[in-house]
Design a protein around this ligand. Structure first.
Ligand SMILES: Cc1ncc(C[n+]2csc(CCOP(=O)(O)OP(=O)(O)O)c2C)c(N)n1
Ligand SMILES: [Mg+2]
Length: 810
């Protein structure tokens, strides 16, 4: 309220709070809640009248969020979902103009700082990366991690954000990082719908928080429904806090403090949040606040109406228990305000929200209209001198009369014009082409950028430092090379932590971290439960808060357990926030062939399809892996490193600068020069290809072997394409299923690198079989590419070209 220090987030716990001050706080709260409700109502109308595409809103959840906002402080974090607009307004992390800008998909980050128009409405985020990639001071700001739409998908991130506070509090060596934490006094606030608690990810993260004892405060907004499905079909006993009672800490055990409170009881909510969050903040005990009896005045979203599936009785109950109505009644009954005062407040609020909405809508419409006019005029002028004038006039007329045109309609009209006049050539036409090209550049900036944070701190710009070997360099097990690399990095940078199943005490199942826990402590090298999704979430949260985590997935096959958080959350973070947030997490795993169906996987096709936004490193040995870690640990973008499971005990020379040398990303290497066939492979199969090359040499066939080293990015210097100019023949070998990663590699070489123009025979792939790899050496031989397979695949290619010299073997 102007002229007073009282704000919605003002606390009630000041000793000298007068009744007048108390009243002001409550009224201000009500105003924010009421404005938020109006935003929901108007927002829905905008969608239903076609002015916006989709709407999902926080109506019915306002009062609890006002109470939660009172407990939220600078330095705290939110990881929530689409119902939280009131909380965002009350804390000042968002406002009505931004709310409407996002509803209209305004692709200007100034207007929609959460996502620059990339996310559906009510998907919130604050920005914590400066343009140069540096972090803002997170300890001084209120922080909102970027929402995703998947129900419960944000829980792993929430866990990680809370876990960071634990590390900042308990690891004294991190005290210098005051821009990320004040002694771990921050709370990570999570919100989730009652229905979403049915997801496995909720239970996994809930349990992990109880084990870890982190300052995580989960609020469950319980409106008894998940779209149309009622609690009866969602939750055992229809009551999530009831069934979670076993997690309650008691008699000095770890666990949660669990609270239950009604979503329309303002005072009880304020008291509950004050108590719960103080406990959580001070003692680092995770808390659950189960907020019941919430409603959905407008139903779930604009996709349908809840009258279809809620009974008349339920709808009547919801009307009566509307939290704002209840708050209003209570304010009048306790003489905090009068009917008339509140009528006035509501009228004012309605007008204010409407003004904000009009302003936001107007801004975009004005821009678009000007662009439409410009394009229409250009087409009209051009139409004067061409044979298809009528057709172009029609295109313009169509454009002008399109209702609520967007840039799509404008650009499409120009493209249609250019198609209709493909045979013409004039300066006027060139003007249109130029306009279109400029528009494409702008559209690219609006819609296609920031998959990576792409700042000077990107690992792509980490200086290249070659490995240096002394004359008497020791040959040691590959795992020891990695161990030395990690040791050097842990000594160099105190923000690096590693964790995962069996990573701590024994230093991972292949001993890459052996001995490091006793050297650097269990806060830095840490065992976790078996819970892949939340391990990755733990890493994500740490990475967002300035630490350098290496999260380990024990075997590549188990990455599948974590693929949702990887794909939905980390991979899209930079893109969906328009570079406003980043999570430079390194995922370490080991894969390709070993033994059995779940220890021999190489699902690179799945990875390529679901891990855009990550760098994908597929080192052929542990030295290359070490160099990649050295690069990634000095950069700020997420990456996956897949070590070759069968390579830990192979001997490799230890570089003198094992913690310093870097392997650049996207830099392919020619492992063997040759003239007859280009063979591209990576990871474990690369070694077999090199062995095959020896045998082929004896047969008079000379292959060029290329290791791309990373699949994202792929061979930035076009070594593969260049090699084809020499050999004109291509074989791609990997141990993924047919048509998966090998197909991607072929696409990169043939299409992106234009290798097609160099080919004189069909490009081939040699992969594993369609099924999962069976157990045992024979199973491996008959389902993954073997030396025999590779030799014969290359032979078949040269035989086809020159059967006289190389007659078919079979
Ligand atoms: C993983 C996933 N499954 C399904 C959906 C579709 N969906 C969106 S919201 C929703 C219901 C969520 O209900 P609840 O968690 O109770 O939250 P509420 O909307 O009631 O606040 C569903 C099924 C989704 N977004 N993500
Ligand atoms: Mg619900």
């Amino acid at each position: 309220m102007p002229g007073t220090a009282i704000r919605a987030t003002s606390k009630f716990d000041t000793a000298e709070l007068s009744f007048d001050d108390f009243k002001k706080i409550v009224i201000e709260d009500y105003r924010i809640g009421y404005e938020s409700r109006q935003a929901s109502i108007i927002g829905r109308k905008e969608v239903l009248t076609g002015k916006a595409k989709f709407g999902i809103f926080g109506d019915g959840k306002e009062v609890a969020q006002l109470a939660m906002a009172k407990a939220f402080r600078a330095g705290d974090w939110r990881a929530g979902y689409y119902r939280d607009q009131t909380f965002m307004f009350a804390t000042g992390m968002s406002n009505l103009r931004e709310f409407f800008a996002q509803l209209y998909a305004h692709p200007d980050v100034e207007k929609d700082p959460a996502s620059a128009g990339r996310q559906m409405n009510c998907h919130y985020a604050t920005r914590f990366i400066n343009a140069d990639g540096s972090w803002i001071n997170q300890a001084e700001t209120m922080n909102c991690s970027s929402d995703i739409s998947t129900t419960g998908g944000h829980m792993p991130r929430l866990l990680g954000l809370a876990y960071a506070s634990k590390l900042y509090r308990q690891n004294q060596e991190l005290e210098y990082l005051s821009q990320f934490s004040v002694n771990g006094n921050e709370v990570a606030f999570g919100t989730i719908g009652n229905g979403a608690t049915s997801e496995g990810v909720f239970f996994e993260c809930f349990n992990a928080a109880g084990v870890l004892q982190v300052p995580m405060a989960i609020s469950i907004w319980d409106d008894a429904y998940a779209i149309s499905v009622p609690a009866k079909l969602q939750t055992t006993k229809e009551d999530i806090s009831e069934i979670l009672k076993g997690f309650q800490r008691e008699n000095g055990s770890n666990g949660f403090e669990i609270f239950k409170v009604k979503g329309w009881d303002y005072i009880a909510l304020c008291e509950t949040y004050a108590r719960a969050i103080t406990l959580c903040r001070e003692e680092h005990v995770p808390v659950l606040i189960h907020v019941t009896e919430m409603t959905q005045p407008q139903g779930h979203s604009t996709s349908g109406s809840h009258e279809r599936y809620k009974s008349k009785d339920r709808l009547a109950w919801e009307d009566e228990h509307d939290c704002l109505l209840k708050m209003r009644q209570w304010m009048i009954a306790s003489a905090i305000s009068t009917e008339q005062e509140l009528d006035e407040l509501e009228a004012e609020a309605k007008k204010y929200v409407r003004d904000c909405q009009r302003e936001a809508a107007g801004e975009l419409v004005t821009l678009i209209n000007a662009e439409l006019e410009e394009a229409a005029k250009m087409i009209e002028q051009y139409a004067e001198g061409v044979s298809v004038k009528e057709q172009l006039t029609e295109i313009v007329a169509e454009l002008r009369k399109s209702y609520d045109a967007g840039r799509k309609e404008i650009v499409s009209a120009v493209r249609k014009t250019l198609r209709a006049t493909a045979k013409e050539d004039s300066a006027e036409r060139q003007l249109l082409v130029n306009w279109l090209n400029a528009e494409k550049v702008k559209a690219n900036g609006r819609y296609n950028t920031k998959l990576f944070s792409d700042t000077p701190q990107s690992p792509l710009y980490v200086p290249v430092v070659p490995a240096v070997y002394s004359d008497n360099a020791r040959s040691i097990d590959g795992r020891e090379v990695l161990n030395a690399c990690f040791d050097a990095n842990f000594a160099r940078d105190k923000t690096i932590v590693a964790f995962g199943e069996d990573v701590g005490a024994i230093g991972d199942v292949n001993q890459g971290f052996a001995g490091l826990q006793s050297k650097y402590g269990d806060l830095r090298i840490t065992d976790t439960g078996i819970r892949e999704t939340s391990i990755i979430g733990q890493g994500m949260g740490l990475a967002m808060r300035g630490l350098k985590p290496i999260a380990e997935i024990q075997y590549l096959d188990y990455l599948i357990y974590a693929i949702t958080v990887i794909c939905d959350d980390i991979g899209s973070l930079s893109y969906r926030t328009f570079g406003g947030q980043k999570a430079p997490l390194i995922i370490r795993t080991r894969g390709h062939r070993l033994e059995g169906i779940w220890h021999s996987g190489s699902p690179l096709g799945m990875i390529l399809g679901s891990m855009r936004g990550f760098h994908i490193c597929v080192p052929r040995n542990m030295t290359q892996a070490a160099g990649m870690y050295n690069t990634l640990l000095r950069g700020d973008e997420p990456a996956l490193v897949i070590e070759s499971l069968n390579g830990y005990r192979l001997k490799e020379k230890l570089p003198e600068n094992v913690g310093e040398f870097t392997v650049p990303l996207g830099k392919a290497e020619i492992m063997r020069e040759g003239t007859d066939v280009t063979v591209v492979s990576y990871g474990s199969t690369l070694r077999i290809v090199l062995e095959a090359a020896e045998e082929l040499e004896k047969m008079g066939i000379n292959i060029e072997v290329i290791d791309p080293q990373t699949l994202y990015p792929f061979d930035k210097d076009n070594l593969c394409g260049a090699s084809l100019k020499k050999t004109n023949k291509l074989l791609v070998v990997d141990e993924d299923v047919p048509g998966a990663a090998s197909a991607y590699i072929v696409q990169q070489i043939i299409e992106a690198q234009k290798g097609y123009y160099s080919l004189d025979s069909q490009p081939r792939t040699l992969t594993a079989k369609e099924h999962r790899p069976p157990y045992g050496s024979d199973g491996d031989y008959f389902s993954k590419p073997s030396l025999d397979d590779i030799v014969e695949a290359v032979y078949a290619i040269v035989s086809e070209a020159n059967p006289a010299k190389f007659p078919p073997i079979y």
